[in-house]
Design a protein around this ligand. Sequence first.
Ligand code: G3P
Length: 217
Amino acid sequence: MKLRTPLYVINVKTYEESTCRNASHIAKECESAALSKKASVVVCLEATDLRLSYKLKIPVFAQHVDAIEYGAHTGFTLPESVYCAGAKGTLLNHSEHKISLEVLKKSIERAKKVRLIVIACAANPAEAAIIAKLKPDFIAVEPPELIGGEVSVAEAKPDVISKTVKSAGKIPVLCGAGIKTKEDVKVALRLGAKGVLVASHIVKAMNPKKALESIIV
Ligand code: G3P
């Protein structure tokens, strides 16, 4: 499948407000916002919640897959299983789930083999340049120190976005960390990003649908 840009990737992480019995609510809120604003929205769910994808009209991604094959790998997440559960793609190498470059390379290959779209995360433009060579579908740059914070990457480190766009070459770039306003998204797009990754602004909102609608440009 091909994702339209600008792309809004909502990573619900493992917050209490967005997992288990609350996962369906948050995913439905993202879906409503996407439909009302006719926006391209992806929701990244915990592996145990991926089954919800069959009830949603927006693409669901996993937050991670492991670079394993079928076999004896207790506790790992098989790319085939994620695909079978309805996921259309996966995040890899998120700042909260870092993997070595070697494992990332294998994970990208494995994920692509089962037709999962790969968003590979990088902490900075230099890491993005290295990851670009592994040919993920998107690179998402997120300065770790700004994740979950009050100040967004667009406000605090706009140069990280523009430098990543350069260093990623032909790979489309997304950016995240602290994104919470339409202005943040506009700045990101103006600097060449093709979309954003957002978590706390949506997950922690009283009204997640409104929170997502409020940042869609
Ligand atoms: O993957 C997106 C995420 O790390 C950004 O988190 O809470 O700063 O929007 P947040």
